[in-house]
Ligand binder design. Structure first.
Ligand code: HMG
Ligand code: MG
Length: 298
C-alpha cells in the first residue's frame, strides 16, 4: 500500500472547534490560543469566520482576533466567508486566504446559510472574483459528503458534481466534510473514488467529524487514495450549530499520533500541540476528546 510521505494538517480548532462552544471565550484567549498553535509547526490554522454574528455569536469577534494574532509568514490563517459582506470584512483585515463553504445537501444548505446550493454557488462567484483581484487564495468546503442530518444519505454523484463545480469556480483545494461524522471506510472510499474522477488528489482535503469514532479509519482510506491534506481540531473540539448531533472534529493529536506511527511527516511538534490543547481546555467546560492526550497524561 502506498501512503504519502508528507501530510499537511489544517488546524480548524479556532474556527470549527470554537464556533459551537457554549462557554464564553474571550477575544484575548482566542488570540493567545492561535499564537500558541502558531509555534507548533502547523502551516494552516483556520482563525475564524466572517459570518453573521446572529447566526454564530462565538465568531462575532473574528476580525479582532485575526487583526491581533502574531502572524507567522510561513503560516496561512484562512477565514470562513459566506458572502460578499464577509468578503468585505476579509479585505478590510488583509486576509490572505478565505474558505467558502457549500453543501451537498439542500436541506443543510438552507439551515446553515439560508439559501439553496445553487444560490450559494452564485453568491460565491463575486466573492471568488474579488479574491482573485486581491491575490487571496480560496479554499472550498463541501459539507455533508457522507450524510446529512436532515436528509440522511447523499448520492455520491451529487457530492462529486458539486465538488467539481466548486473546484472549477477557482478553489485551489476542496475539503470534503463529513459534517456529522456518519461515514465509514468503504462509504468513504466510494465517495472519494467518485470525486477523484473530477478532481486530482493534490487538490483534495478531508474533514471528518468523529461522532462514531470512524474518523481515523476514514482518514486511512483517504491516505491510501493519496490525499495528503487533513483537517483536524485540537482536542477533538468542533461541531456545526446547524448540524444537530455533529460531534467534534477528529483530534489533531490523534491524527498526528497515527501519522508519526506510520512514518508520515507533518512538521508538527506534538509537545507544542499539547501546550495549545492544555491552554484552551482551561477555558472550556469539558475534557479533550483526544485519546493520545489522555495517554500522555497517564
Ligand atoms: P441571512 O439572514 O440569509 O443573511 O444569513 P442576509 O443577507 O439576509 O442578512 C441578514 C443579516 O445578517 C443582516 O443584518 C446582515 O447585515 C447580516 P441585520 O440587517 O439583520 O442587522 N449579515 C452579516 N453579518 C456579518 N457578516 C456577514 C453577514 N452576512 C449577512 N458575512 C448568512 C445568511 C450566510 C449570513 C448566515 O446564514 C450565516 O452567517 N451562516 C453561517 C453559518 C455558519 O457559520 N455555520 C458554521 C460554519 S460551516 C461548518 O461548520 C461546516 C464545515 O466545518 C465543514 C463541515 O464540517 O462539513 C466548514
Ligand atoms: Mg466542520
Amino acid at each position: 500500500m502506498n501512503y504519502p510521505d508528507k501530510v499537511r494538517i489544517v488546524e480548524v480548532g479556532p474556527r470549527d472547534g470554537l464556533q459551537n462552544e457554549k462557554s464564553i471565550i474571550s477575544t484575548d484567549t482566542k488570540i493567545k490560543f492561535i499564537n500558541i498553535l502558531s509555534k507548533s509547526g502547523l502551516q494552516n490554522i483556520e482563525a475564524g469566520a466572517f459570518v453573521s454574528p446572529k447566526w454564530v455569536p462565538q465568531m462575532a469577534d473574528s476580525a479582532e482576533v485575526f487583526n491581533n494574532i502574531e502572524k507567522n509568514p510561513n503560516i496561512s490563517y484562512p477565514m470562513l466567508v459566506p458572502n460578499q459582506q464577509g468578503m468585505e470584512k476579509a479585505l478590510e483585515s488583509g486576509v490572505q486566504e478565505i474558505a467558502i463553504f457549500a453543501a451537498a445537501s439542500e436541506s443543510f444548505s438552507q439551515k446553515n446559510i439560508n439559501c439553496t446550493i445553487k444560490e450559494s454557488l452564485d453568491r460565491f462567484l463575486p466573492v471568488i472574483e474579488s479574491a482573485k483581484d486581491n491575490n487571496i487564495k480560496v479554499r472550498g468546503y463541501l459539507s455533508c459528503v457522507l450524510g446529512c442530518p436532515y436528509e440522511g444519505d447523499i448520492a455520491v454523484e451529487t457530492v462529486s458534481n458539486t465538488a467539481k463545480t466548486l473546484f472549477d469556480m477557482g478553489c485551489y483545494e476542496i475539503s470534503l466534510g463529513d459534517t456529522i461524522g456518519v461515514g465509514t471506510p468503504l462509504k468513504t472510499e466510494r465517495m472519494l473514488e467518485s470525486v477523484m474522477l473530477h478532481i486530482n488528489k493534490e487538490n483534495l482535503a478531508v474533514h471528518f467529524h468523529d461522532t462514531y469514532g470512524q474518523a481515523l479509519a476514514n482518514i486511512l482510506i483517504a491516505l491510501q487514495k493519496g490525499i495528503a491534506v487533513i483537517d483536524s481540531s485540537i482536542g477533538g473540539l468542533g461541531g456545526c450549530p446547524y448540524a444537530k448531533g455533529a460531534s467534534g472534529n477528529v483530534a489533531t493529536e490523534d491524527v498526528l499520533y497515527m501519522l508519526s506511527g506510520m512514518g508520515i511527516k507533518t512538521g508538527i511538534d506534538s509537545a507544542s500541540l499539547k501546550q495549545a490543547s492544555d491552554f484552551i481546555f482551561k477555558y472550556l467546560d469539558k475534557e479533550s476528546n483526544s485519546k493520545y492526550r489522555l495517554a500522555l497524561n497517564g
